[in-house]
Design a binder for this molecule. Structure first.
Ligand code: PMP
Length: 372
């Protein structure tokens, strides 16, 4: 199997599965319990927070565990919603931001303009800020194209205008892959998820600066175990997610991933005609490469690759079947959108895997183009 769909989800590392099992078997007490067995479990949660705090350069008590980035994003957007509040976001957000804005009531949500690679227009940001702006929410690394936004510059503009505006970033595709130090980025809140870093699904978190936590509330009311998130801790998943983050840091795979990405691009150039790289070549996460092939239906191509046990994504995995809202917003020519595939890498992939993928890709494209 050649798994090139790591932006959709990643394989849990064996050590991560072991860490999860260890908690299931040996530390299964409720971390909120008062007895010593519960406190042992609580200590594991605290240790996990330390791991995330170190990565984000914040205090442990500014990390809140949630059921995933979808919950984290929704906590931010629901908490700041009011008939008097304006928010600023982009047209290339993940559905968990975009759909949340569509379903919570704001006075107005402004969607910033972007260029053909998805970089947002900073002049438009400057113009969009008003005295009613309460929230700016921007995707850090785009899940479909890998485009990295200039968060430091965005923060400068927002904070110079009004330091009380909450600047939130969705860093789901960025954690452990790009610089996520919240102080140097200048952000007040940051969402992340376990399953994009070789951890478990259904667990994630939110960094919230202590200056802003009082503005936030949970989506589900209950025990308030995490103040802004309720429900018994999923301690095995939390501990496993922290283990995954540690392993990602140890592996230090970024330059290898870049090498894979550039190798893939080179082979596409050499072997395939009439394509476009939808992902930018610079200021990009090399974990993600989106390529549009003309005169191709991406689903057909995806299934032909699948026959050879090569797994990729067409558009975003979260919007099955539907035409990608993100790609439409990039103003990519329709002939390339229809034939767009997202290849997303991990350190499990070898150059040999890429050779095989390109070979099958080339043959499949030739077959499809002949019959169309
Ligand atoms: N934001 C982005 C950018 C994502 O890629 C994803 C996962 N596809 C999410 C949010 C949602 O994360 P989760 O699956 O943890 O809810």
């Amino acid at each position: 199997m050649i798994y090139l769909d790591n932006a959709a989800t990643t394989r849990m590392y064996d050590e991560v599965i072991d860490a999860e099992k260890n908690v299931e078997k040996n530390f299964f007490a409720n971390p909120s319990a008062l007895h010593s067995f519960g406190m042992e479990a609580e200590n594991l949660i605290k240790e996990s927070k330390r791991t995330f705090a170190k990565e984000l350069g914040c205090e442990e008590n500014e990390i809140y565990f949630t059921k995933g980035a979808t919950e984290s994003n929704n906590i931010i957007i629901s908490s700041l919603a009011s008939k008097q509040a304006e928010a600023i976001s982009t047209g290339i957000e993940h559905a968990s931001v975009y759909d949340a804005f569509n379903n919570y009531e704001y006075k107005e949500v402004k969607y910033l303009k972007n260029d053909k690679y998805g970089y947002i227009d900073l002049k438009d940001l400057e113009k969009s800020l008003t005295e009613d702006t309460k929230l700016v929410s921007i995707i850090y690394v785009n899940n479909e194209t890998g485009t990295i936004q200039n968060i430091k510059e965005i923060s400068k503009i927002v904070k110079e205008y009004n330091k009380d505006i909450l600047l939130h970033i969705d860093a789901t595709q960025a954690l452990a892959k790009e610089d996520c130090k919240v102080k140097s980025l200048g952000v007040d809140a940051l969402s992340f998820s376990g399953h994009k870093i070789h951890g478990p699904k259904g667990v994630g978190g939110l960094y919230v600066s202590k200056n802003f936590i009082s503005k936030l509330k949970p989506l589900l009311y209950g025990g308030r175990q995490e103040i802004i998130s309720s429900g018994t801790y999923n301690s095995p998943a939390i501990v496993a997610m922290a283990k995954a983050l540690e392993l990602m840091k140890e592996k230090n795979e970024r330059s290898y991933i870049k090498e894979l990405n550039l190798y893939f691009r080179k082979l596409v150039k050499e072997n395939i005609s009439n394509y476009t790289f939808i992902s930018p070549s610079d200021k990009v996460s090399y974990y993600i490469l989106n390529v549009g092939f003309a005169n191709i239906k991406s689903e057909v191509l995806l299934h032909m690759l699948e026959e050879e046990e090569i797994y990729v994504s067409s558009g975003s995995a979260c919007s099955k079947g539907a035409k990608s809202r993100v790609l439409e917003n990039l103003n990519v020519d329709n002939k390339f959108i229809d034939g767009s595939l997202r290849f997303s890498f991990s350190s499990d992939i070898t150059k040999k895997d890429i050779d095989k993928t390109i070979n099958i890709l080339k043959n499949s494209i030739e077959i499809i183009r002949k019959v169309m």
